[in-house]
Write a protein that binds this ligand. Structure first.
Ligand code: NAD
Ligand code: HSO
Ligand code: ZN
Length: 430
């Protein structure tokens, strides 16, 4: 964990090094991912089976890649009723928020008499990547599948790794709850490659969405252009802005809540109160003594963690904007006022009673969010990732007479005479 202070002459360089730290690690996977994607394109199902055996310790034949509906049902039936109720509460809230996102079409006639429109249509097929290497993520099934379902996507193909062949009952129940029946027991870059290029068993999709580790994030980056992707939703990140009135132990737990996802996760505290910062650091050490996933969280905290001492809330906001974090917790008296200073963050959690875990599971907004500073230009998963827009123009001769002559001039300026003639020859008939 790095200690930074904005009063230090080296602050800018130190911050750059903290930000670069994760980039270095993700850069190291580019070549292995390229090789895996090329191999999946070449060898299809055989490659999927080989990588699944190598990385997930599961020997499969191509016929076993897809999880049967009977397996989904039987595995999901093992979920306890109160757990099903918790999942149903989360699903209801997530569905409601994404239904509220649904955009409307445009259709109007302007002053020149042209009827202009924009119609939203759903993708035909979406690939849903649900992580499952170091932890199982039934919550990610909901976050991937519900916006797709709300958007009206006809085909949903889900990939989820099942290390050692273990099917997670709650992942299967979440899939059943969302009506997902096409599920493959594969993960990592090879799953992304199968969804992007297709194999004899897995038909290709039009867009791949969902979070994953550095291999998954890099694979999505590399297939972008051949298929759409939502964003680079890689190893988790949280920045916590807290004043000294907070309980240091709760802040430490919030930092560890994201560190426990992945050795490459990043947790950062920003505060004006140095004494408070030291209490949080001590509390992190104390919690790591008993945290079940301490091995993962310790490496994440040691390698990628940071504590930044700032001189004002404005300075804190500027540091947040530099991180452009996946998640931002604002544990201040007026979190909403602070949040208005923030230009780049995937999701903001406001107030001392709203830790990120509310959003991870039951808040409603999506927890699949941009990482590695991509929140500067990317957004969290939403219904818009499963929709696309088609615009339309309709006009009669009256409308063409209003706008056509200007089009002719511009076409000639661009040296495109057939463009000009397609307008001028019609105008002659006026
Ligand atoms: N950004 C978000 O919105 C968001 C949401 C949830 C989870 N996450 C992140 O998702 C990630 C989940 O990671 P995970 O590992 O648990 O599951 P994962 O499913 O992302 O990755 C596991 C897969 O990685 C592949 N793999 C493992 N080691 C490999 C290697 N050496 N070479 C090539 N491929 C390899 C395997 O195929 C395995 O199936 C975490 O980093 C977590 O922070 C992010
Ligand atoms: N914090 C993760 C996004 O980085 C989402 C998640 C799923 N389950 C628990 N947390
Ligand atoms: Zn989380």
């Amino acid at each position: 964990m790095k200690r930074l202070n904005t009063t230090s002459p080296q602050f800018a360089a130190e911050l750059k090094a903290v930000l670069a730290r994760r980039g270095e690690q993700s850069g190291s996977v580019a070549e292995p991912v390229r090789a895996i994607l090329a191999d999946v394109q070449k060898r299809g199902d055989e490659a999927l089976c080989d990588y699944t055996e190598r990385f997930d310790r599961l020997k499969l034949s191509p016929a076993q890649l897809r999880i049967s509906e009977a397996e989904i049902r039987e595995t999901a039936d093992r979920v306890a009723p109160e757990t099903k109720e918790a999942l149903a509460l989360a699903a209801k809230r997530i569905r409601a928020f994404h239904e509220a996102q649904l955009p409307g079409d445009l259709d109007y006639t302007d002053e020149a008499g042209l009827r202009l429109g924009m119609r939203w249509t759903a993708l035909d097929a979406a690939g849903l990547y649900v992580p499952g290497g170091k932890a199982a993520y039934p919550s990610s099934v909901l976050m991937n599948a519900l916006p797709a379902h709300v958007a009206g996507v006809k085909r949903l193909a889900m990939c989820v790794p099942t290390p050692d062949g273990v099917l997670n009952p709650l992942v299967m129940e979440a899939a059943r709850l969302c009506g997902v029946t096409e599920i493959y027991r594969i993960g990592g870059a090879q799953a992304v490659g199968a969804l992007a290029y297709g194999t004899p068993t897995i038909a290709p999709v039009d867009r791949i969405v969902g979070p994953g580790n550095a291999f998954v994030a890099e694979a999505k980056r590399q297939v972008f252009g051949h298929v759409g992707i939502d964003s680079i939703a890689g190893p988790s990140e949280v920045v916590v802005v807290a004043d000294g009135t907070n309980d240091p132990r709760l802040v430490a737990i919030d930092l560890l809540a994201q560190a426990e996802h992945d050795e490459q996760a990043q947790s950062v505290l920003i505060t004006q109160d140095e004494a408070f910062a030291e209490k949080v650091i001590a509390a992190v050490e104390e919690e790591l003594k008993t945290l079940p996933r301490a091995k993962i969280a310790r490496k994440s905290w040691d390698d990628c963690g940071a504590v930044v001492i700032v001189r004002s809330e404005d300075e804190a906001a500027e540091v947040v904007n530099e991180f452009a974090p996946e998640h931002l917790e604002v544990l201040l008296d007026d979190p909403r006022a602070f949040s208005l200073k923030v230009r780049h963050a995937g999701a903001i959690f406001m107030g001392r009673f709203c830790p990120e875990a509310v959003g991870d599971y039951v808040g409603g907004p999506n927890h699949v969010l941009p990482t590695s500073r991509t929140a500067r230009f990317a957004s969290g998963l939403s219904v818009y990732d499963f929709l696309k827009r088609t615009t339309s123009i309709e006009t009669d001769m009256e409308g063409l007479k209003k706008v056509g002559p200007a089009g002719v001039i511009l076409a000639h300026e661009e040296g495109l005479d057939a463009h000009a003639m397609s307008l001028s020859e019609r105008l002659k008939k006026a």
